[in-house]
Design a binder for this molecule. Structure first.
Ligand code: CU
Length: 181
């Protein structure tokens, strides 16, 4: 499970671990992992009261019930790239951990049922899906987790921390965590 950061202007993406996506508005975004393992650097930091959209992108493998602690979320949309043989995502190269070319804008995915549309903290994310959920990080501060709810997955690197800081503390950090995770 990777936390992605968007490349800065002119930054060399290298040959491995490069994820290229096309947003619904046609803009191509290029990402590299900012963190992969539980003890890697903290990259997601909110100020209490922040609203944030989380983007969960599943590039192949089994379904994952993704669970985010601390607050509840509403699913904004769910899109789907078509899968190839064996459920693999064409366009994602396992050998380099990269999408050599930008993945196209995904098609509309599974419809959001009235049950799924309610406030939730866990969603089953299927391979090839790009899910966006919106949540308000209010009511508590501290360090929290998000993870896959399958214990074997959680114990094998599918768990990461994020923090919610009081506004007065957040003022000392110049990087703002919200908006693009
Ligand atoms: Cu999982």
């Amino acid at each position: 499970m990777w936390e992605l950061r968007e490349l800065t202007e002119g930054e060399d993406p290298g040959a491995t671990d490069v994820i290229r996506l096309t947003r619904a508005d046609g803009e191509v975004m290029t990402f590299k992992p900012a963190a992969k393992l539980f003890d890697d650097t903290l990259t997601i930091r909110f100020s209490e009261g922040d609203w944030a959209v989380w983007n969960i992108v599943h590039l192949g493998g089994p379904a994952h019930p993704m669970h985010i602690h601390m607050t509840e979320f509403q699913m904004l949309n769910r899109r789907q790239w078509p899968l190839g043989p064996g459920g693999a995502l064409p366009g994602f190269d396992l050998a380099t951990g990269s999408t050599p070319n930008p993945l196209p804008v995904p098609a509309p995915g599974r419809p959001i049922s009235s049950m799924t549309a309610g406030m939730k903290d866990t969603w089953v994310v299927q391979p090839g899906e790009w899910v966006q959920v919106l949540g308000e990080f209010t009511g508590a501060t501290g360090s929290f987790m998000y993870h896959c709810h399958i214990l074997d997955h959680e114990d094998h690197t599918m768990m990461r921390p994020f923090t919610v800081l009081p506004k007065t503390i957040m003022a000392f950090h110049d990087v703002h965590g919200g908006g693009h995770h």
